[in-house]
Design a protein around this ligand. Sequence first.
Ligand code: ZN
Length: 160
Amino acid sequence: MAIRNIRLIGDKILTKRSKEITEMTPKLKMLIEDMLETMLQAEGVGLAAPQVGILKRLIVIDVSPEGDSPIVLINPEIIETDGEQTGEEGCLSVPGKSGLVTRPNYAKVKALNENMEEIIVEGTELLARALCHEIDHLNGVLYVDKVIGGLHSASDTEEE
Ligand code: ZN
């Protein structure tokens, strides 16, 4: 496993749409391992493949306080949302900053797991926020475009 370089805002790759994954390969397995390690090391709650320079529809999320319950989602798609939450959001690609973003309070996502089996993941609050934030990355969208009232210095906002 290896820590990958996290691409920062201003890097054009972060504005591009990522491609669907059609098959699991050894290279992709290694990418998943590396993304999990990179997310843990950066103490992030989520990471999307384009953030490490790979335009594939793959995200990893871990909202557990211990960082020991990772979720791997391939070709994730939001199929249902409910409610609204407005809160501070941060991003590993925009270090040291945060801003207020409104997201659904509940999100239901259809995806494939590492074995290319269909799974459904449901989340509220931070997990719903992380799911929406990471899936935005796959569409070339950064949270900074959704911030209400501008970015400010982050104190201890979770970064994704
Ligand atoms: Zn992010």
